[in-house]
Design a protein. Structure first.
Lengths: 353, 249, 77, 180, 353, 249, 77, 180
């Protein structure tokens, strides 16, 4: 472990990616994630085995990733909401082609051009699959600079282990905010998992193909179920969430990312006021940590879902509880950053008699 | 005892082409396979096929193949080549794939001077999807989306992608050929070979545009299709070298 | 005449798709259409250079060069 | 009652229009019908086929995993549909183009020398109508009259000669089928 | 009403669109919907006020729609799965800009390039929002040629009434299959709803703007809630579903589109065998017809969700029932078309003791 | 009594530009507004602004404005113009917007000869997002994504969009101007006026490329920025008429 | 001298962003920088053509032509 | 205890580095800190600001809707933050650039003639460090020592002269603040 540094979320992602062995980055500028693109420009070009490309578009970037990942490199791209929408075809291809890749969405206010303020409006796109076909991506929603550094490393490892794209979902404020961070050590790229399936010229082996065109319906169906079963396994293996003062909570706030930080402040306030509030903070947004939620639900608490959107994760909470506990919702779409006081008021409002 | 003067090249698999009778894809596939064999680069070549009739190229070429989404071949090839600079990476793309949806990726890869090679099959139509207008469809030419013939004022003009690319600093070698006669086919093979040599010698971006018959969608016999290319298509798309900055090949 | 190279082609019936480009380019006009369908449902091309005393084929391989389906092999002695 | 019929052959043999005319004729008879052509990449190979369902009830699936009837115009199609056709089903074969016949015992096979008949009519382009006529006569999926009526309406834009030719084709096909 | 014609689903959409007053179509070829693009090429160019553009890409097409809709025309585009993924940014913009538009997705097997066989793998993309930000689109899932003709008309009217994009979601088989259809009469475009907000030159009025950039966070939030409230109203107003033999059903199949046709055949079979099976067929996929499902749920039936995917609508069924009734699932992703017999077997398998 | 020889044009709203000191967008906005006034087309003009520093154009131009997603201006304008052929439709786009992400839309709208006008602001950088490399960034020029200066072999070459477009059949008039001096600004206005006249007279696609200072991201004073354009930028992007097929304007 | 047109400019302090392009182009060098900030936080340009007996401004409007913020109005008599 | 401080002025006045150095210094003191700059389009106007939170607990929100302290270097910033600052909060103003003062009675105002002091030091570039020193002395958010320590580490790559200048700046600012 190295020493503490003060860094913006965007820079943290970049540095953590380099340390995790990322050697190919392609991206296209968009606020509020430009610092990440700029960081990678510097970092990749410092390495003699690193590539940085400022692509002509988000579409070109995601398709460059497809090529670089096929060729065996650990790859990353980043963008913000509108740019991520443009990557959806490519993301569906990455998923179908079973290619490891890390995709960062530093969300801004939408829909449309919207604004550059922090938002959580792209949850559905990331977790349900904004592209076509039956596929899922692992989606990680960190809430601090330090956690960012850690999930970036995880993201690259998951991508390789499960051969699929992994999303890091944060909002503009997390990308811009500086916090103290301690980074993991540099990974030697020679120690990274082998990729026997990669496309690097048929030297000393039969030629091989990476493709997603499966005209034979039975082959395509089998491929779909193969992916489906992998997703089911992942649900078992990697659900992650933080629980805070939930043991005896009568009202448990469920929030991720920036919203969760604010909620935590609100929970502390509530506790000071003698209200048994708690926080359940999903870290994996897909797979959604339903185990944690069902566990917490047992101490029959009510839930307050707080999102910086009109209510998207809310659906996954409902699906996890399937009617077992009462759910309240509070949302702020389009960019406003709530204060802990504001959420505390919501807690009071919904606190069970 | 008799010697074999012509037979199937080594790096084509045994699969029967799914192409229609008289389709230029088959001829061009063979030329590419012959060139790969002659240059001895089969074990370091990577093909990026298109979405288009040639999408099944991986059933035919016996080398590593990585699929690209429709139009994104140049971007995918860029990714592969940057990670593996000593491999020979080429895209094989149709006119819809490269000159319509892939316009930006193609132009910018060429402008970056990516050291990749593109085999650009200009058959003036969207073959795979059933004969819609392509950017390269001639003025007046019928297609399923221009039933009365392409009307430039409404449908746009035939797009000369190779000439546009030649204007950029990145490309080193661009030639337009056709596969309508044994003579033209031999010239086409020479061009393809040169394009690969440009990449092997690390000189930059190279492209060969192949005027290629699509009898099915042109609704002509294969023989007439070749005549039509020679007589009409070459008026808008003259064959020959369009740009050549190669050094001592 | 005596020292003129003799050629011979072999057309693979099942690969042939009956495009007849070979027929159109053969300088010796010694390729024609066979009258039975192959399994792909085409009438394949066939060599009619079958007079052993007067082989016309020069083995120039023009037919094979233009054959989109690599259905023709060419031999020479 | 629902019947499902597959028409198959190589492109250009008029396979799709056979199916379309059948569906159209049945529609005019107030039947529920669906017509499903093969589409996309398959076409490349040069084979074509379509499935026509005719029914008095709503038609659930337009697909025929095992059709009641099959009309095949080339050998690959015969081989393919021999495997699929339903037990007790009927296969009509254009024996002018297809040598050999199905080995299955549990289906009825009807051989129609359609090209030969067409030549007698003086026009090879009648082949598919001859097969269609034979099909209708053999299976009763639709009457010869409505078939002719449907055909004439479908081709009303075409010149009368064609319609006449097709009409005779249908009749001759039916005639042959019944007398064989 | 005009007379019965035998037409493919793709052509039906085209003809119905023209009759509904569509005067601008932009699209890009892709199987299995090419016949629609080709139909519009013929139909639009026959009209002196119609425009057909074969765009250079799906992205260009959706953005041309944005312009044409701003300018006041009834507009439509169509594509299939991968092409629709590319339209996601544009769809988010259409939604944010409150522009009427009809978008047809003739789904094929995915993810990635997949195949051209019928599939229902894009349900999430269409109903949850594959683009960025908090928005919804109305999604209609017809099951026959005749219904296609009817929902196309509805689609254009909804688009105008609610100022939003409306999806028509069908699969490749429905696009290719011919059935008898009776069309509604032609609409006179002069009788179509006014668009006072349109951009056609500031003649005799102040200049106006159509934009989605709302840098002021409070304005963006207000816009989000405005859209949200509209969506809530739509949920009340237009839920549509067909119920078939559900009154006394002990097992009710829920399926849409092609899957529903097959399920209906299976239900009839089951009834013949004396099993009380029924079918609930959602026609509006968004808003999801939860009223119908909750109503049906009262005759405590169990449910069997059947989709040509690994299970997407399944989530909306769960959300509608919220644990009240037992739910089974059967899915066939990637292109296979099940037989009624196959679904009948599933009904038997899950039929309650 | 004194006459006013210069004041704010009629079709600019009163809002204060949000542009940085010395930014060329302000000058170009004014020229466009003056031309619209002089041609008397304010009530039939429709502006399609970009995503870029000029995204707020609708706060300034007092005419109808319809927003486009980043890079898609040409497609949006196409949609508007086809529906309203007698209106005057123009896009106002930056070099990132038009020459990077919007490459395909721009080229194909031009190739279709859409009767629209494009004001193309070439400031060699992505201004709005903070000074990343643009397709038009000069070789060796520093940007936040090319801290050591643009290296063509790695980052690609400066892209001459106007020259590429001139090669197409659709465009009728293309000129490159600059706004670095009163003289150049007057020439720029003439070009913009002509471009609009080309559209009004229904002749086809027209484009004016404006070399425009971005002092903030160039990290130069406004005065030095103008000098830099005159001395360096014009070497790669020479000002003047690039294509002119106009008839009797 | 006598019949030479006289000009006058008015610079709007609050619109000016202090880019000083006007200063660089004024042929008469009669524009300078004022020493107090405006509310935007810039030191605006100001005319120093203030000797009524010797007005140098010709009203050529070069300053206004290049002003990106339309902060200058020009008059002539 | 958590304190939130806003630093505001126009671009080029070193506003962001003030905030960064404070955050960095507090981090070295093992405090929890967040630093949030204004970003994006706002920058166009030429104004810049940032918010620094320093706390012993985890920091919930890095945003300060109503900061405890504000350090303002130009008039627009003073006007903006006068509205936001918390009751009983402290506002430090660079009185060399800002004429007038807040009208609010319920906050403490400290005027620092930073440019004047800087000129005495012989270098205008010390202005922001003078304000920072005054801020630390006045609020005690961090000690002068750790501020200097933090600053020196942040600027270690820069040449010694700068560090020296900033050090004196911080000290002089603190001194002035305490004696005013
Ligand atoms: C995103 C996307 N859009 C459209 C398609 C459908 N599609 C497949 S190939 C093709 C064009 C084929 O034409 P061309 O590139 O000229 O190749 P050809 O078949 O003529 O050789 C199209 C439009 C697709 N697969 N993906
Ligand atoms: C799809 C998408 N990608 C990226 C962005 C972010 N973005 C906004 S403007 C812009 C480029 C600005 O550069 P340019 O077009 O040259 O205009 P300028 O600001 O220089 O005038 C970018 C990348 C966006 N808004 N949408
Ligand atoms: S459609 Fe045209 S391009 Fe495609 S295989 Fe057939 S002939 Fe070749
Ligand atoms: S060229 Fe080849 S495929 Fe064509 S007819 Fe001759 S042998 Fe057959
Ligand atoms: S080798 Fe030459 S001569 Fe012989 S058949 Fe072929 S083309 Fe004719
Ligand atoms: S960043 Fe550059 S282009 Fe944007 S407003 Fe400032 S000077 Fe103008
Ligand atoms: S040009 Fe305009 S903005 Fe610039 S200094 Fe002069 S008056 Fe001010
Ligand atoms: S009008 Fe001419 S002379 Fe007068 S101030 Fe402006 S530039 Fe100088
Ligand atoms: Mg083509
Ligand atoms: Mg720019």
């Amino acid at each position: 472990m190295t020493e503490k540094v003060l860094m913006s979320g965007n820079h943290v992602i970049g540095e953590a990616a380099v340390r995790a062995g990322c050697r190919f980055y392609a991206g296209y500028p968009i606020t509020p994630q430009n610092e990440l693109t700029e960081y990678m420009a510097g970092a990749m070009n410092k390495l003699d085995d690193g590539t940085f490309i400022q692509a002509e578009s988000e579409i070109a970037a995601i398709n460059m990733l497809i090529g670089a990942s096929m060729a065996g490199a650990r790859v990353m791209t980043s963008s913000s909401s509108p740019g991520v929408s443009l990557k959806q075809e490519g993301i569906s291809f990455l998923s179908a082609l079973e290619l490891p890749a890390v995709i960062v969405n530093c969300m801004r206010g939408g829909p449309g051009l919207g604004n550059i303020a922090p938002s959580q409006g792209d949850y559905f796109q990331a977790t349900k699959g904004g592209g076509h076909g039956d596929y899922k991506n692992i989606v990680l929603g960190p809430a601090s600079g330090q956690e960012l550094a850690e999930v970036v490393t995880k993201a690259f490892d998951y991508a390789d282990k499960y051969r699929m794209p992994v999303f890091i979902l944060l909002d503009g404020m997390m990308g811009q905010m500086m916090e103290p961070v301690v980074f993991p050590e540099f990974r030697d790229v020679k120690t990274l998992p082998e990729r026997p399936w990669k496309i690097d010229g048929a030297k000393g082996r039969p030629s091989q193909v990476i493709k997603s065109l499966l005209l034979d319906v039975s082959v395509e169906e089998a491929h779909n179920w193969k992916l489906f079963n992998r997703y089911e396994a992942i649900k078992e293996e990697i659900q992650m969430a933080e629980t805070y003062k939930t043991e005896d909570a009568r009202l448990t706030v469920i929030a991720y990312g920036t919203a969760a930080r604010i909620a935590k402040g609100a929970v502390d306030r509530a506790r000071k006021e003698g209200l048994k509030a708690g926080l359940l903070r999903p870290v994996t947004l897909w797979p959604f940590p339903e185990k944690y939620i069902q566990e917490t639900a047992k101490n029959n608490t009510e839930f307050l879902v707080f999102e910086m959107s009109t209510g998207q994760m809310l659906e996954d909470v409902k699906l996890s509880l399937n009617g077992s506990n009462k759910i309240h919702f509070y949302g702020r779409p389009g960019g406003p950053v709530s204060t802990p006081v504001e959420i505390f008021e919501e807690i009071k409002k919904h606190y069970p008699e | 005892m008799s010697e074999t003067v012509f037979s199937k090249p080594k790096y084509l698999k045994d699969a029967v082409f799914h192409y229609c009778p008289g389709c230029g894809h088959g001829i061009t596939h063979r030329l590419v396979a012959e060139v790969i064999e002659e240059l001895g680069i089969a074990d370091k070549s990577i093909c990026v096929p298109p979405a288009g009739c040639a999408v099944l190229a991986y059933d035919y070429f016996d080398i590593d193949v990585g699929e690209a989404a429709h139009g994104r071949g140049a971007a995918v090839a860029t990714g592969i080549k940057r990670v593996l600079p000593d491999r020979v990476v080429f895209t094989y793309q149709g006119d819809g794939d490269m000159a319509a949806i892939g316009t930006a990726e193609t132009i910018h890869a060429a402008n970056r001077g990516e050291k990749i090679t593109t085999i650009f099959i200009n058959n003036g139509t969207y073959g795979m999807t059933g004969g819609q207008m392509a950017p390269t469809t001639l003025a007046g030419q019928r297609s399923t989306t221009t039933p009365g013939g392409r009307t430039p004022s409404r449908d746009g003009n035939p797009l000369r992608m190779s000439e546009m690319l030649a204007l950029l600093d990145g490309p080193v070698y661009i030639e337009r050929v056709s596969v309508t006669s044994p003579k033209n086919i031999r010239a086409a093979k020479k061009a393809i070979k040169k394009a690969f040599q440009v990449q092997i010698s690390n000189q930059g971006y190279s492209l060969v545009e192949v005027l290629s018959p699509c009898p099915t969608n042109w609704k002509m016999s294969p023989v007439d299709s070749c005549k039509w290319i020679d007589e009409y298509m070459t008026k808008t798309f003259p064959i020959g070298v369009i740009k050549d900055n190669t050094e001592n090949l | 005449m005596a020292d003129r190279k003799k050629g011979k082609i072999k057309i693979n019936n099942e690969l042939c798709k009956g495009c007849y480009l070979c027929i159109s380019v053969c300088p010796k006009k010694i390729i024609s259409v066979s009258d039975s369908l192959n399994h792909q449902g085409y009438y394949p091309a066939k060599s009619i250079d079958d007079n052993p005393d007067d082989i016309k084929c020069t083995g120039c391989a023009m037919c094979a060069t233009i054959c989109p389906d690599i259905a023709i092999e060419v031999y020479r002695d | 009652m629902t019947t499902k019929t597959a028409f198959a052959g190589s492109g250009g043999q008029g396979v799709l229009s056979m199916g379309y005319i059948l569906a159209f004729a049945a529609m005019r008879d107030k039947k529920n019908v669906t017509y499903l052509p093969s589409y996309g990449a398959e076409v490349r190979g040069g084979t074509a086929n379509c499935t026509v369902c005719v029914s008095d009830e709503e038609i659930a699936s337009p697909v025929a995993s095992s059709p009641d009837f099959a009309v095949v115009l080339n050998k690959p199609s015969m081989i393919k549909y021999e495997k699929l056709i339903k037990k007790g089903g009927i296969m009509l074969i254009n024996s002018s183009l297809v040598d050999g016949e199905p080995t299955r015992e549990d289906i009825e096979t009807v051989k129609i020398p359609a090209n030969k008949i067409a030549l007698e009519l003086g026009n090879e382009r009648a082949v598919n109508m001859i097969m269609l006529g034979a099909f209708a006569a053999k299976t009763g999926v639709t009457s010869i009259e409505s078939l002719i009526g449907g055909m004439s309406e479908v081709l009303k834009s075409k010149k009368a000669g064609i319609v006449e030719l097709n009409k005779t084709g249908i009749e001759k096909g039916a005639e042959y089928a019944l007398n064989s």
